[in-house]
Design a protein around this ligand. Structure first.
Ligand SMILES: [Zn+2]
Length: 248
């Protein structure tokens, strides 16, 4: 989970429209009145096409995206199309959260309001709460479901670890003979590609960022690039984005 900047309410969602859709829902609670293309599109843009809880990729074409209600619609029907109550989620997280009631059962981390770094830590591919808000979001959206989320984190983590280990070998080869331009270029491109995977726009960015920021080889490669005069402003900018996603 990473911090998500909530964008402005879609312009189609006027006060009158909110009243109209809420009335429609109150008259028939089987109607998914929030399921409007303009709402879905704005939510997807806000989360960079990812589930705000588990960071899996969701998009309009795949139809994997569901509109999660932070205050559940069963207990809080008047908030059913309230912009700040809507979050883009994958089916798994939305179904798991179900009709959990924030108001009576306790608040969960809302990454559009809270900074996940304050509430969560990632250890051995498993998320742990730093506080009750964090513990509850892990528990009620099943963020440590072994066959799904933990496995996905492990797979991406293994590939990131392997890639940074390769780069650390490469940097050791480059340091004594920095004239090998092919190797230097491989090193630069490799580091940029890895840092890009840790950007907030990438799938599972919290996992990638936490692994990269915590693995000793990252420091070896970064220091090597600096010694070689190849640590670029682009890398520095990507690194600062990575640190915003780090749950270590
Ligand atoms: Zn999810």
């Amino acid at each position: 989970m990473i911090r998500v900047q909530r964008g402005p309410s879609p312009r189609e969602l006027t006060a009158t429209k909110i009243q109209e859709l809420t009335a429609e829902y109150l008259a028939d609670t089987s109607k998914a009145v929030w399921n409007k293309p303009y709402i879905r599109k704005s939510l997807l843009a806000m989360s960079r096409n990812k589930c705000v809880y588990c960071e899996t990729r969701i998009d309009e074409e795949s139809k994997y995206m569901e509109v999660d209600h932070y205050y559940c619609k069963d207990q809080h029907p008047t908030k059913v199309v309230e912009w700040i109550n809507l979050l883009p989620a994958c089916k798994r997280c939305n179904v798991n959260k179900g009709s959990y009631d924030i108001a009576t059962e306790g608040e969960l981390v809302d990454p559009t309001q809270d900074d996940p770094q304050q509430h969560l830590i990632l250890v051995n591919y498993r998320l742990r709460g730093r506080d009750d808000k964090g513990r509850r979001v892990v528990e009620h959206t099943y963020l440590n479901e072994t066959n799904r989320t933990v496995k996905a984190r492990f797979e991406i983590g293994a590939s990131v670890s392997e890639a940074i280990e390769r780069l650390s070998t490469l940097v050791e080869e480059c340091l004594p003979t920095p004239s090998d331009r092919r190797k230097l270029s491989q090193l630069e491109r490799g580091m940029l590609a890895l840092l890009e995977e840790a950007r907030p726009t990438s799938e599972y960015s919290a996992t990638v960022a936490t692994i990269l920021a915590g693995i000793p080889e990252y420091r070896i490669v970064k220091d090597g690039l600096k010694t070689l005069g190849r640590w670029s402003p682009d890398m520095a900018s990507l690194e600062s984005q990575m640190l915003q996603c780090n749950l270590g």
